[in-house]
Design a protein around this ligand. Structure first.
Ligand SMILES: O=C(O)[C@@H](CO)OP(=O)(O)O
Length: 247
C-alpha cells in the first residue's frame, strides 16, 4: 500500500511581498499569491492527483491558497480539518519587522540563526505588542499554550503529535491528503519525513504555491524522493526564499 501526501505552501502573501517577518500574523495573499494558488490548482488537476481531505493551519493565507487551488481542481467539496498545529512558526519579537533592516541591524550570523537555526528561537513577543496573537479568538481553547516565539524544534514538538494523531490516520485509510501550510511548518514536516539532520535542515527552503508530492510506504517513509509538480519554478522559488533579507 502506498500513501499519497501533497504539501502546499501558501502563495506569496502581502508580507512576503513587503519582506516582513510574518509568523502568526494573519496577512492575506498578494495578487501574486492568488495567481500562484490558482496555478497550484492547475498543476494538481493536470497531475491527476485527487486530494480527498484537506488539512490547513488557522491562518487565512493557507486557507485562501487551499480554497483557490481546490476550486480550480474542482475539489472544493472535500472535507477540511484546520489546526493551529500547522500554523507558521511563531516568529516572536521579529513579527512585523523588515527582514532587510533586521539583517542590517543584527548581522548575517544572528539573522540566519533566527531564521534557519534548528533550536534558537527569536526573542519573545510581549502579550501587549501590536502583532501578538494571545487575544485572537481563533486560539481560545486550543489544546496547548499559545507560543510567544518558536524555534523550528518547537514547531516540530507541536506539529508532530497532530501528524501522528490525525494526518497519518487519514493516510492509513487510503485517502490522498493535501496539507496547505507554511514555509516553516512544512520544513518541520519535511525534516521528519525525509530524516533531515538538525544541521542540514537550515539549507531547506520551501517555495510558495507549488505542490510537493510524497509517496509513502505503510511506515510513512518516502518510497522515492518527493517531487514538486513544477520543479523549475520550485527551484527558483526556493532560491528566492533563501535570499530574503538581501536587498
Ligand atoms: O516570515 C515568515 O513567517 C517566514 C515565512 O514567510 O519567513 P522565513 O522564510 O524568513 O522563515
Amino acid at each position: 500500500m502506498t500513501y499519497t501526501l501533497i504539501l502546499l505552501r501558501h502563495g506569496n502573501s502581502d508580507w512576503n511581498q513587503k519582506n516582513l517577518f510574518t509568523g502568526w500574523v494573519d496577512v492575506r495573499l498578494s495578487d501574486q499569491g492568488v495567481d500562484e494558488a490558482n496555478r497550484a490548482g492547475e498543476l494538481l488537476a493536470a497531475s491527476g492527483l485527487k486530494p480527498e481531505i484537506l488539512y490547513t493551519s488557522l491562518l487565512t493565507r493557507a486557507i485562501q491558497t487551499a480554497n483557490l487551488a481546490l476550486e480550480v481542481a474542482d475539489r472544493l467539496w472535500i472535507p477540511v480539518k484546520r489546526t493551529w498545529r500547522l500554523n507558521e512558526r511563531h516568529y516572536g519579537a521579529l513579527q512585523g519587522l523588515d527582514k532587510a533592516e533586521t539583517l542590517e541591524k543584527y548581522g548575517q550570523e544572528k539573522f540566519m540563526e533566527w531564521r534557519r537555526s534548528f533550536d534558537v528561537p527569536p526573542p519573545v513577543l510581549d502579550d501587549d505588542a501590536e502583532y501578538s496573537q494571545v487575544h485572537d479568538e481563533r486560539y481560545i481553547g486550543i489544546d496547548g499554550e499559545i507560543p510567544r516565539t518558536e524555534s523550528l524544534a518547537l514547531v516540530i514538538d507541536r506539529m508532530l503529535p497532530y501528524w501522528e494523531s490525525d494526518i497519518t490516520v487519514d493516510l492509513k485509510a487510503g485517502k490522498t491528503v493535501l496539507v496547505t501550510a507554511h514555509g516553516n511548518s512544512l520544513r518541520a514536516l519535511i525534516k521528519h519525513l525525509d530524516g533531515i539532520s538538525d544541521a542540514d535542515i537550515s539549507e531547506l527552503n520551501v517555495p510558495t504555491g507549488i505542490p510537493l508530492v510524497y509517496e509513502l510506504d505503510e511506515n510513512f517513509v518516502p518510497i522515492k524522493p518527493a517531487y514538486y509538480l513544477d520543479p523549475e519554478a520550485a527551484a527558483a522559488g526556493a532560491a528566492a526564499v533563501a535570499n530574503q533579507g538581501k536587498k
